[in-house]
Design a protein around this ligand. Structure first.
Ligand code: ZN
Length: 118
């Protein structure tokens, strides 16, 4: 319930930004400048990132990283090749959520608000 409430509050907070499909005109130093607001980066520590990404918070989960789908036993493997490291994307996490296979990629069964942002 806490996770779901958090993501619903994000929707409430960021909805004005997302609904501005064509940007806004702001008067800055007597000049009108067109802006297109967007969220590009969220700075967070590991537990906060897990909250935003809805990955399992436990470091002992099978896939604990919120960036990629590398299994826990391979996180320190320096011999992994780039093809062995599949990133977590909005698309593949949303797909697993909607297929009810979120457990296989260690994400909570909650709709992530960020998947809807273009
Ligand atoms: Zn990773």
């Amino acid at each position: 319930m806490v996770r779901e409430t958090f993501h619903k509050s994000l929707r409430h907070l960021l909805e004005p930004i997302i609904s501005l499909k064509y940007g806004i005109d702001l008067l800055v130093n007597e000049e009108i400048i067109w802006f297109y607001p967007r969220v590009s980066v969220i700075i967070a520590d590991w537990p906060e990132a897990a909250t935003y990404c809805l990955t399992y918070k436990s470091p002992s989960s099978n896939i604990p990283c919120h960036f990629c789908l590398v299994k826990r036993e391979n996180l320190a493997n320096i011999n992994l090749k780039p093809d062995d490291i599949m990133p977590r994307t909005h698309e593949n996490m949303s797909y697993n959520y909607h297929q009810n296979s979120g457990k296989t990629v260690c994400i909570e069964p909650i709709l992530n608000f960020f998947w809807e942002i273009p």
